[in-house]
Design a protein around this ligand. Structure first.
Ligand code: MN3
Length: 198
């Protein structure tokens, strides 16, 4: 069973003005679709065929095409699910409690924003759940993610922000910091909590 591009739960223009419709459409139908197609090609006929996308992050990333495109598919699938029109303002439940332990929501926003802004070139900022239930802010280059053995900080991603230029350039051009601060307006914290509790 080959991987498929997931449908979005909202329209391409639903996240405006934070993320414009044209960026969403190109990002989903061109960029993400390409990761899906290239991943399927990379695993066809190998022992990774039929494995879950999470399992592929953990075991298949010694192959560059699997690392880049499998990461791309996993990361974007998570990202789309974390976004919602209007956002939900603040963390809830266990995630709220764990963010309190690392300095509170304002400190988290500062740390996460710094991770996103200082990731040189292309990559992702993350909030990960550690095996003991605590949470950590980190970032990865390219389409890597904290499930991969190559990542500096290992953990289960529960929030991720795409800081590739393709994610914001049409609307924000070189102003990555503006895109990062606007991202907090469209985060679905109920979904972050759901990922934490999985
Ligand atoms: Mn992207």
């Amino acid at each position: 069973m080959a991987f498929e591009l997931p449908k979005l739960a909202y329209a391409y223009d639903a996240l405006e003005p934070t993320i414009d419709a044209r960026t969403m459409e190109i990002h989903h139908t061109k960029h993400h679709q390409a990761y899906v197609d290239n991943l399927n090609n990379a695993i066809a006929g190998t022992d990774l065929e039929g494995k879950s996308i999470e399992e592929i992050q953990k075991t298949g990333t010694d192959k560059p095409a699997v690392r880049n495109n499998g990461g791309g598919h996993y990361n974007h699938t998570l990202f789309w699910e974390l976004l919602t029109p209007g956002g939900s303002k603040e963390p809830v439940g266990n995630v709220k409690a764990e963010i309190e332990k690392i300095g509170g929501f304002e400190k988290f926003k500062e740390d996460f924003s710094n991770a996103a802004k200082t990731r040189f070139g292309s990559g992702w900022a993350w909030l990960v759940k550690n095996s003991d239930g605590s949470v950590t802010v980190t970032s990865t280059p390219n389409q890597d993610n904290p499930l991969m053995p190559v990542a500096d900080v290992q953990g289960t991603p529960i929030l991720g922000l795409d800081v590739w230029e393709h994610a914001y350039y049409l609307n924000y051009q070189n102003r990555r910091p503006d895109y990062v601060s606007a991202f907090f307006d469209v985060i679905n914290w109920d979904k972050v909590e759901e990922f934490y509790n999985k």
